[in-house]
Structures are given as structure tokens and as C-alpha cells.
Design a protein around this ligand. Structure first.
Ligand SMILES: Nc1ncnc2c1ncn2[C@@H]1O[C@H](COP(=O)(O)OP(=O)(O)OP(=O)(O)O)[C@@H](O)[C@H]1O
Ligand SMILES: [Mg+2]
Length: 239
């Protein structure tokens, strides 16, 4: 077995209670290792902690207790700057809402993170990322002139241009119809592999069935783990 790209051990996460009082536990002790190249899906009922798990694994949220290691480095032990650098150089994030800048073209949106990071990125890499998502012809369009599925593909190109080792996706097909959703899934399936992992949260059990492994969360714990399951098996495990 290669070293895991991400290794989560005893992860808990609490949020402050709305009206004061005891903090509310949302993740209650998660152990999870993600090998390089794996396409992992995370499913579970609304409120089970899926997004919170993704945020903790990607360093967007600190763990309350336990450890998250990315490429062998424990996120809790990194300075803010070191964490930001690790995330910039190795982690990509795709959200349900594509988070594109309306005033910028697709190409400019894809180039933006590298420019903000003052990291040299040549135009050919931006064009290559747009071609990978099948949008070379639309590179000069602004988001408003693109369909939802095309906008999500621009968001994925934006991630790919930075060549991350791991891509997190929180409900990436949640706002798309079946056709556009399956194009995005095809893309994410292809993004995983060759040492790059994809970790996707989804409500769509058919989407989850595309993954190499499915983790079912319930009440902040890993309830089940399924390897290459069919959608029906996932549905049973989520019940
Ligand atoms: N920043 C926060 N402050 C307080 N509570 C939070 C915060 N973020 C999440 N929670 C709570 O943590 C629980 C889990 O939320 P999370 O968003 O991880 O669930 P989820 O499984 O992604 O749900 P959904 O499928 O609806 O997106 C919820 O009860 C939510 O209200
Ligand atoms: Mg969520």
C-alpha cells in the first residue's frame, strides 16, 4: 500500500451552540485514509457532517481534536502561512455554487488563482485545462453566457490548472440536471488517478456509485464503508 495522501485519525469537530452552552459535536471520531489516485464518495443524511468533514480534511476548518494529515503533514501543526501554502500547492476545491467571477471570462477565471498566488502559470496550461473540460471554444465567454454545467466545468478547469494532488468536491452536481451532472461526473472520474485523489460529497447515489469507495456518514461517524458498490447497495447502507 502506498502512503495515504490524506490520513484522518480520531477527528472530532464541535461548533459553538447557537445560544451558548455546550459545544455541539458534529464529527465524533472519524478515521479515514485516502490513497493516492482514489475516487472516494462521501454520502449520508443531511446534517450528518459531510461538508464539515470535507472542510476539516482540506484545512478550511480546524479539527477540534484528532489529526488530519495531508501528504504526511499534520494540518494542526502548521502555521497559517504553511497551511495556506500546502492548500494552494496541493488542494483543489469545487463547490455546488461554481463561485466564478462574473466579470471575468472563462479563461480569466481559470487563470485567476495562479495569478493571485503570484505563481507563474503559462497560457498553455490554462488552455489545456479548458480543453480537458471540453470548453476550449468557450474560453472567451463570461459565466452568464455559459450553462450551469459549463460553469461547473470552468470551476473544475480552474482547479486542474493548479495541478493539485487532491480535489475536494461538495455536491458538484447538486445544481445540475442529469445530463450536465453526468458530464461533470465523467470529468471528476477522469481527474482521479495517476496519484491524484478526488473526494466528493454527494446526495446522488448514482453519482456515488461511480466512486472507487463510498463512505457513509451518520451522526458524525463513519457508519459504513463500501468498495465499488452499486447504487442499490449504497441506498441500503444509507437507510
Ligand atoms: N459553522 C457552523 N457553526 C455551527 N454549526 C454548524 C456549522 N457548520 C455546520 N454546522 C452544523 O453541523 C451539522 C453538520 O453540517 P454539515 O454541513 O457538515 O452537514 P452535511 O452532511 O453536509 O449536510 P447537507 O447534506 O445538508 O449539506 C449541522 O447540524 C450543521 O447545522
Ligand atoms: Mg453539506
Amino acid at each position: 500500500m502506498p502512503d495515504p495522501l490524506i490520513d484522518v485519525a480520531g477527528l472530532t469537530k464541535c461548533f459553538p451552540a447557537a445560544g451558548g452552552g455546550d459545544p455541539v459535536p458534529v464529527l465524533r471520531g472519524i478515521d479515514l485514509a485516502v490513497p493516492p489516485g482514489e475516487f472516494l464518495a462521501v454520502v449520508g443524511p443531511s446534517g450528518s457532517g459531510k461538508s464539515t468533514l470535507l472542510y476539516c480534511m482540506s484545512g478550511l476548518e480546524p479539527a477540534t481534536t484528532g489529526t488530519v494529515r495531508v501528504l504526511g503533514r499534520s494540518l494542526g501543526e502548521l502555521s497559517r502561512g504553511a497551511l495556506a501554502t500546502l492548500r494552494r500547492d496541493h488542494v483543489g476545491f469545487v463547490f455546488q455554487s461554481y463561485n466564478l467571477i462574473p466579470a471575468l471570462t472563462a479563461r480569466e477565471n481559470v487563470a485567476l488563482p495562479a495569478r493571485l498566488a503570484r505563481r507563474g502559470i503559462d497560457a498553455s496550461r490554462v488552455d489545456h485545462a479548458l480543453a480537458e473540460v471540453g470548453l476550449r471554444e468557450r474560453a472567451g465567454f463570461r459565466p452568464a453566457a455559459l450553462s450551469g454545467g459549463q460553469q461547473q466545468r470552468v470551476a473544475i478547469a480552474r482547479v486542474l490548472a493548479l495541478q493539485p494532488d487532491v480535489v475536494f468536491a461538495d455536491e458538484p452536481t447538486g445544481a445540475l440536471d442529469t445530463g450536465a451532472g453526468s458530464q461533470v461526473l465523467d470529468l471528476l472520474t477522469g481527474v482521479a488517478g495517476a496519484g491524484r485523489s478526488v473526494i466528493m460529497v454527494t446526495h446522488d447515489l448514482r453519482a456515488a456509485a461511480r466512486a472507487d469507495r463510498v463512505v457513509v456518514l451518520r451522526d458524525g461517524l463513519v457508519h459504513r464503508e463500501l468498495v465499488r458498490p452499486r447504487a442499490e447497495e449504497i441506498a441500503e447502507a444509507v437507510e
